[in-house]
Each structure stands twice: as structure tokens, then as C-alpha cells.
Design a protein around this ligand. Sequence first.
Ligand code: SF4
Ligand code: SF4
Ligand code: SF4
Length: 582
Amino acid sequence: METVNVKINGISLDVPKGSTILEAARLAHIEIPTLCFLKDINEIGACRICVVEVKGARSLVASCVYPVADGMEVLTNSPKVLSSRKQTLQLILSDHDRKCLSCVRSGDCELQKLCKDLNVDDETFYEGERNHYDLDYSSTHMVRDNNKCILCRRCSAVCEHVQDVGVIGANDRGFATNIACAFDMGLGETSCVSCGQCIAVCPTGALYEKDNTEDVFAALNDPEKYVIVQTAPAVRAALGEPFGLPIGTNVQGKMVAALRRLGFDKVFDTDFAADLTIMEEANEFLDRVQNGGKLPLITSCSPGWIKYCEHYYPDMLDNLSTCKSPQQMFGAITKTYYAEKMGLDPEKIVMVSVMPCTAKKFEITRDDQNAAGVPDVDISITTRELARMIERVGLNFLALPDEDFDDPLGRSTGAAVIFGTTGGVMEAALRTAVETLTKEELPNPDFNEVRGTNGIKTATYHVAGMDVNVAVASGLKNAKELLEEVKSGKANYHFIEIMGCPGGCVNGGGQPQQPANIRNSVDIRAIRAKALYDIDASMSIRKSHENPAVKKLYDDFLEKPGSHKAHELLHTTYVRRTINTI
Ligand code: SF4
Ligand code: SF4
Ligand code: SF4
């Protein structure tokens, strides 16, 4: 690798040619603060927080985009640099709704931290004119508050360049510049897919999920209600982060203990329904292969992906699996089978889901998601909301003992837990489909070709005399690339897994936010995914069709995968939607 020699704050070091000053400084263990910069997503050098002095340059330069050169001398913390950063922050605060006491991001807001670190006085420019914006509550899943927006444009970059949706961007000019949708439509009127990736990258409290924590507390305090919670696989790999645990710590046991202490009547695991999904989806795949059905079959667990398909690829709706997502299957089974078994009135059950995903808030409102004549799922909260609930009631999360899920809907397999990461649904389905086709036990249930955080992964497996071509995509821009290959006939896949968020649910829009300096230096997706693969490897049962509770469900109630009853309760339909973007 070709290197150049630079001096940063007097320290001489060799760094790869082509590095930015920001990257070079990190090699010298110097962290230059940033605000708009997000590696590979938003590299526009606009906010001027990362400015540094370069000997010989006429003005301060933005280190996130300025490349190093041999012999370059850089100062990252000179009085001139610090004063410039401070003034930039004072100007940002001059048009900022400073409500740190009640702001959802207080404590993990990147703007708040910078102001504190740089000892910023928030009164300097606060007397002048300010913008006032109405909050946008129009979408099902999130709120936009431009009064706290700092115009960093991370949200519009991720929406357009990572998710290929592009429904938010900068409107107007100069002091009036604001982030909005075309023609000032509400977000809910656009073809936003509810993925929440914009929330995940926003450094401030300008974007946040619609908070349903008070609805959950109200249900828990209602003696008439029987409140059941289900938790998605990816939640356990991230819930520890707001409590100071390292990224990717598996906190399943503490999470269950916390939910029990919050007062839920039953603490169940969405993983149970992930196993059930595999039973139905593998059966659907084999049926389509053997009976000439529409291929490729494309997975349907990710509601952000489903909404994207409905808006942007309505001609491919027949390719979608008709399986409801695990969240919805779980609700359907709880309010039918479990209610019947326990003598509970489905009307009195409140089904709460804890999800890494904001699109799940949209999914619970979809038509055709009420198997028992009442909504399959009543309230969906994100991992972040659960963390806030735990904090609100004063639970010492770190001191909680490890506890187990309740039976029988808390029983699951290794195949189910890897649903939380890109490639996991495919791997789980392959474990079941291959054993069903060959009628032989797999010598090793790992399908390593579909693991990892690459945006698109492909593989061919030789199964029972047939070459099965599979593909996996995460992040909607990658999904688009894959779908275009399929539509053009360039690729011939039998089975495709698509997850709306890059890296899958572990990186969902409802997961705890990590600041840009962490996002820029470690692969959060891979670390959280490893937690799930470790759980899978440690489990005694790793294939969905071997889950004893799922087998009993079929024996006692559903008869067999794909049965009339299974179709009635666990399958759904899709709708064509229009496109409204910027
Ligand atoms: S966005 Fe940050 S600085 Fe602004 S009110 Fe919220 S916590 Fe405070
Ligand atoms: S939720 Fe997703 S699609 Fe909607 S604005 Fe945010 S990034 Fe774009
Ligand atoms: S909404 Fe958030 S991410 Fe988008 S420009 Fe404003 S501060 Fe940046």
C-alpha cells in the first residue's frame, strides 16, 4: 500500500495515500469531531465542525473530505480551530429549539455532546430571528421536528442513496432551508417505506419514532387486560447498548426479567413465530418449485421491504411469499390457539411487540392482519422505546438476573434467532427445505455463503438433484439492483431474501442509535449479527421443523404447513401503491 508522511499535531505518521485528514488523525488516535459526516453515506463536508488547520492553506479545511498529501502539516485543536467550531455550534443553536430537558435524544444527542465538549454558550446569537415549523405527525411510524434539525442532510442521504426512496430533502434556500417532502406533503402522503433509517442516522432529536410507551403502560395498568409481549430476535443483541453494555452484547435473559418486572402477564419470543414462518415459507417454496408456481419466491418478513415492493415493484407482488411476518403470525396464534388453550377472550388480550423496526408500527395497521377478528398485534414498540420504559420505572437493568421466556410460545430454535440478520431467514429456510427434500439430516446446518454484511450475496446449492439458486439483499438500493437483474432475465434465482434495512433487523430503524464516530469506525451490523450467530451455535435445536412447540401447534391446531387453517391465519395479501417522492 502506498503511503504518505504527514504531521498531525506535531506527530509524524505514515498513512495510506488517498486517506482523508479525518481518517489519518484517527490512526494517530486523534478523534476530530464531525456532525454531517457519515462514512459512505453523507460525505459532503458541509457542517464545518470537522475543520482543521493545514499549513499553507488559506482557510480552515473540512477534514472529512480533504485528502492528505506527503509532507502535510495539520493542527486539529489550535485556538483558531476550536474557536471556529464553537462559533459554528453557536450559529446552529441560534435557530434550534433547545428543549434538552424533554428531548427524546437528550443524553445521546450528538449536538448536545459537542456543545458540552466545546463549552458552547447557547445565548450568543439567540436573540435574532428564528424559524418555526409545525411537527409532521402524518406517518404511522415517526415524527419529524424541523425545529431541532441542523440541516446535516444525513437523513436525505440515507433515504436516497441507501434506501433508494428519496422522499425527504432540502427545500427552499438560505435561512429558510428546511428538510421536507415534495410540495410540503406530509411524510405519510409520500412513498416513504417506514424503515426508520433516517431516524437511525439523525444526530439530534429532529426525527424519532412515534412513542407508544404510554399506551403500553396504560394496558399494563388495566386490570381488564391480559398483556402479552413478544420480542424480536435482533432486540436482544442491542438492548444492552443504552445501558452502557458493549455493542452486540446478548441481553436476552435480562430483557425477559425486565419485561416481567414491567408487569407483562406473559413474556414470549417472536422467535417462536420465526420458526413457524419457516414452516410455512419452506412449504410454500417447495410447493412453488414442485407445482410450477411463481419464482423466485421472495421473503416477506420485512415490512419496509414489503411497502417498497408495493410502491416501486408492484409487478412483482406475486413473487412475494404470502406468509405474514413473524410479528403478525405471533399475534394471530396468540389470539386464536393460545387464547383458546388458556380460555382467554381475544378481545381482552393486548399483544405488544418489541421490535428493532419502525415499519412494524405501520405493519400492525395493514388490512388483513386480524386473524381472530381483532388486530393480531395491538402495539408495536422499538428497542429504544423498551429501553426508555425500563429507565422510566427505575429498573436497574444491569443488575437483573437472567430469566427464561414463558412456555410454550417462548420456545424457539437457532434457526429463528438468526432471522435478525441479513441472510438469516434464507439460512433458516434452507435448513428446513433441504432436510424436507432430501429426507436426510444435514451434516452441518451452517450455510456460510449467505452470511456476512455484504449488500448482496448469492449461492447455488445442489439439493435432491436440483440446483437451487438463492440470493440475499439488505438495504433497498441493493434490493433494487437484485430485482432489476431478475426482471431483465440476467439472473435466475429460485429463492430471494430481502430485508429493508442494511444488514437486516440488527441495524433496524428502531435500534439504539450509535453516534457517527462509532458508526464510522466499526461495523455495528456485523457485531450485533455475531451475537445472534453465537446464540444459534449454542442452541441444542437449530432447525425450525424440530421446534417441539411448533410441532405441537401443528398437531393440535393447524394440522400441517399450508393447511386451510394455516392459510386463513398466517398468510396475507398485498396492495399496489403509487409513488410520491421528491
Ligand atoms: S436535539 Fe439535542 S440539543 Fe436539541 S433539544 Fe434535543 S437533546 Fe437538546
Ligand atoms: S423512514 Fe425510510 S423511507 Fe421514510 S423517510 Fe426515513 S429513510 Fe426515507
Ligand atoms: S432531520 Fe436529522 S438527519 Fe435530517 S438534516 Fe435534520 S438533523 Fe440532519
